[in-house]
Design a protein. Structure first.
Length: 116
């Protein structure tokens, strides 16, 4: 059974930083691309960043230069370092594999709230 457990969210002031973690089990983590997604109240879930099994990264334009995705295959964990946070970054953040995201399988996520 696949489990993706997100953690590290919280309340932070604008300009602050948070580091999200996602521990994976039930998959061959090192073989999978991983992504971070987010959903703000009233909005659709959106892709934020992804990292391939080989470590290549990609970001949505609004977070480029502020967020950094990384992975530790020895720990089956993917991270999202978020710097210079803005109120518009407020959302529930989820990690997922692209295939599970496509089929609508999601974990509980972790809430990030950025105050102005």
């Amino acid at each position: 059974q696949v489990q993706l457990v997100e953690s590290g969210g919280g309340l932070v002031q604008a300009g602050g930083s948070l580091r999200l973690s996602c521990a994976a089990s039930g998959i061959i983590f090192s073989d999978n691309a991983m992504g971070w997604y987010r959903q703000a109240p009233g909005n659709q879930r959106e892709w934020v960043a992804s990292i391939t099994s080989g470590g290549r990264t990609n970001y949505r334009d609004s977070v480029k230069g502020r967020f950094a995705i990384s992975r530790d295959n020895a720990k089956n964990t993917v991270y999202l370092q978020m710097n210079s946070l803005k109120p518009e970054d407020t959302a529930v953040y989820y990690c997922n594999t692209p295939s599970r995201a496509m089929f609508g399988y999601w974990g509980q996520g972790t809430q990030v709230t950025v105050s102005s």
